[in-house]
Design a protein around this ligand. Structure first.
Ligand SMILES: [Fe+2]
Ligand SMILES: [Fe+2]
Length: 176
């Protein structure tokens, strides 16, 4: 009988336990890219399984997606965007990213509000996935490329992103 293969995709990064200094975090771009990958995998899972899941399962997955996106958008807005904006000299690109976040958040609010029984729930989630895909393409394809050409200390920045991400994830868990 074939043995089930365990998934090895959930790579754990450096053992950043309590006491980790913000000064030596993961590379900021790596951290953000891993978030992007994680959320796009969740969207794929939704598309693939949406017709087979119970509405509770569906809601759990969608809540995970929305929570991950909310934390990710917040650390970018609070820490990453303000750090890179003055360095990359492309105000339009940065403004568009902020406006895209606003659209994402509006759609997330709608999805959380309507719940899986909503007439357009699945469509809203799929469209959210498309928005995210577009946004990620611009970040990774344009913004990150420009950031790499600056002398921003990406480890220091990554440390701050990681620390804030942990805080926000902790707060989200407490709210449940
Ligand atoms: Fe973003
Ligand atoms: Fe992002």
């Amino acid at each position: 009988m074939p043995t089930a293969r365990t998934e090895t995709s959930s790579r754990r990064k450096s053992s950043s336990r309590s006491g980790a200094k913000a000064a030596s975090g993961p590379n900021a771009l790596t951290l953000l890219r891993e978030d992007h990958t994680e959320v796009s995998e969740m969207f794929e899972k939704f598309e693939k399984r949406k017709d087979k899941m119970t509405s509770t399962q569906k809601q759990t997955l969608v809540e995970e997606i929305c929570a991950a996106l909310t934390v990710h958008a917040q650390i970018e807005e609070e820490i990453f965007y303000p750090a890179v904006r003055p360095e990359i000299d492309d105000e339009d690109l940065m403004d568009e990213a902020v406006v895209e976040h606003q659209s994402l958040k509006e759609l997330i609010a709608k999805i959380e509000d309507e719940g899986p029984e909503g007439e357009y729930y699945d469509a809203h989630v799929i469209v959210l996935g498309e928005y995210v895909k577009h946004h990620v393409k611009e970040e990774q394809g344009e913004m990150f490329k420009k950031v790499r050409a600056t002398d921003i200390d990406l480890k220091e920045l990554g440390g701050r992103l990681e620390q804030r991400k942990m805080e926000l994830m902790g707060e989200a868990e407490e709210e449940e």
